[in-house]
Design a protein around this ligand. Structure first.
Ligand SMILES: Cc1cc2nc3c(=O)[nH]c(=O)nc-3n(C[C@H](O)[C@H](O)[C@H](O)COP(=O)(O)OP(=O)(O)OC[C@H]3O[C@@H](n4cnc5c(N)ncnc54)[C@H](O)[C@@H]3O)c2cc1C
Length: 453
């Protein structure tokens, strides 16, 4: 198939109908390119719905994609007040769902992508590779399998379904799997009576030092005010320093700063004890309780429950036949990784971030959104919207627009502090500069900076 036929007859497949996948579809439509969105879940924003009880630290104004807004406007969609903060549930029901409805048949639900390759060419074969369309293997909820052809593939499948384990070495700790009934990897929804009963009056270990851990600590502290005996043990791989709790009032996203302050209050008010420098090696049972054992041999006092909030990692299994250029540490595109790497990120080194940083040796395939950040903890939806704007422009052949960066990200007000959601606990995040390089400030013509290290 020649390039023209590829471009004119086949859709661009977008994997995932989350915020970034739907934004990608909107941007493609604006560019006159036909998208086909394949979503594993049964609704738009399936992953976001799983944390529907969590309030975003971004305002509505920061989580609506401009191209999506243009599609929604003629439908009578009422844009939520831009200065207010949605919950995950609001984001899904008041924005993602109406957007998916406008996109109509462009979005197929119950459609899990299980593999992507070049048609008739595995990863090894060079011959005529770029002339072959992509083949996208799909497993539908009713058991059917289909092979779809695509001109390009935008993988916006997120990282939600692959949380990092408790183990300090990145692998499940000894006994972690068999303690699955006591270990959760989600911020608990304490308004749900069953979940509330699980943590009320109990001792819970919260492992992690990003915004999700802060949120969980704040929730448990609130519960402790109502139900005596409720207590959190906060487990960090690093020590506690001035930046542990994030940027506080210096954070340009005030609600993000407030999360850290709420976690600090939980500790200061005695609802949570912090255990520092602890890298989990084993999860052992002690009667009805759980004992966490550290790499250094420390055994913590028994707890009833464990919540692991140590970050996410991308599922690369279904894109394994593609020639991706991924950084060996973060599993993010090689050009993007240095900008967001918690190990080496140097404050102030930030480049414009669009199609150039997201390209791979395999042409016309892109990882975007949360997945593009690999294991880095600092993704913001507005970053993803800019990624897919740039990629749609590139696919449309508008290289100027693709390379023009139209994004300014808010600063955290801290370096070496908390990640935005769930921090992979690197050595650098144990105290190095920009342990949470949360802030890429990218402005057209503005000096590229990140949050004041
Ligand atoms: C608790 C929490 C709070 C956050 N708060 C903020 C905030 O305040 N501000 C902000 O800017 N960002 C925030 N984020 C980060 C980020 O913006 C969100 O995670 C956002 O949902 C990422 O969008 P996404 O489209 O990349 O991925 P997701 O929202 O995860 O969407 C991916 C979609 O792909 C689908 N999928 C997965 N695998 C497949 C497959 N194989 N085939 C087909 N479909 C598949 C999933 O079902 C899902 O619907 C937060 C994240 C979390 C977890």
């Amino acid at each position: 198939m020649n390039e023209h036929t590829l471009a004119t007859t086949l859709p661009t497949v977008v994997i995932g109908a989350g915020p970034i996948g739907l934004a990608a579809a909107s941007q493609l439509i604006e560019r006159g390119i036909e998208p086909l969105v394949l979503e594993a879940g049964d609704a738009a924003g399936s992953a976001v719905r799983e944390w529907s009880h969590v309030r975003l630290f971004s305002t509505w104004a920061e989580v609506v994609d401009p191209a999506a807004e243009k599609l929604l406007a003629p439908t009578g969609w009422v844009k939520p007040d831009g200065a207010t903060y949605p919950t995950g549930g609001d984001w899904a029901s008041r924005y993602l769902q109406p957007l998916a409805e406008v996109l109509g048949d462009t979005v197929r639900y119950g459609a899990r992508v299980t593999g992507v390759s070049r048609t008739g060419r595995d990863r090894v074969v060079d011959a005529d590779r770029e002339q072959q369309p992509f083949t996208v293997h799909v497993q539908f909820a009713d058991g059917r399998e289909e092979r779809l052809l695509a001109r390009a593939v935008i993988d916006a499948s997120g990282t939600w379904s692959t949380p990092s384990p408790l183990g300090g070495d990145g692998l499940p700790a000894l006994g972690e799997r068999s303690a699955a009934d006591r270990v959760s990897y989600r911020v608990p929804d304490l308004k749900d009576p069953a979940v509330r009963a699980r943590y009320a009056g109990k001792r819970t270990a919260v492992v992690g030092s990003g915004a999700s851990a802060f949120t969980a600590l704040a929730y448990i502290a609130d519960l402790a005010k109502e139900v005596p005996g409720t207590h959190a043990v906060w487990i960090l791989r690093r020590g506690i320093s001035g930046s542990t709790f994030g940027g506080g009032s210096a954070d340009q996203l005030p609600a993000r700063g407030a999360l850290g302050l709420a976690a600090k209050a939980a500790v200061d008010d005695g609802y949570a004890d912090a255990v520092t420098g602890f890298r989990t090696a084993a999860v052992e049972r002690d009667g009805d309780q759980i004992v966490l054992v550290g790499e250094d041999g420390r055994r913590l006092d028994p707890v009833d429950e464990v919540i692991g909030l140590t970050g996410f990692r991308p599922d690369l299994s279904f894109v394994n036949e593609l020639r991706l250029g991924l950084d060996e540490r973060l599993q993010a595109p090689v050009e993007l990784a240095p900008l967001i790497d918690p190990n080496v990120h140097s404050c102030g080194t930030v480049y414009p971030h669009g199609v150039n940083e997201l390209s791979h040796p395999e042409t016309d395939v892109y990882l975007v959104g949360m997945k593009s950040y690999g294991r880095a903890p600092t993704f913001l939806a507005m970053t993803g919207y800019e990624q897919v704007r740039s990629i749609a422009a590139a696919l449309a052949g508008d290289q100027d627009a693709a390379e023009r960066v139209e994004l300014t990200l808010p600063e955290t007000g801290v370096c070496g502090g908390a990640g935005l959601f769930d921090e992979p606990q690197t050595e650098a995040s144990d105290g190095g500069c920009c342990g949470a390089p949360a802030t890429l400030q990218i402005g057209v013509g503005a000096p590229a900076t990140s949050g004041g290290c």
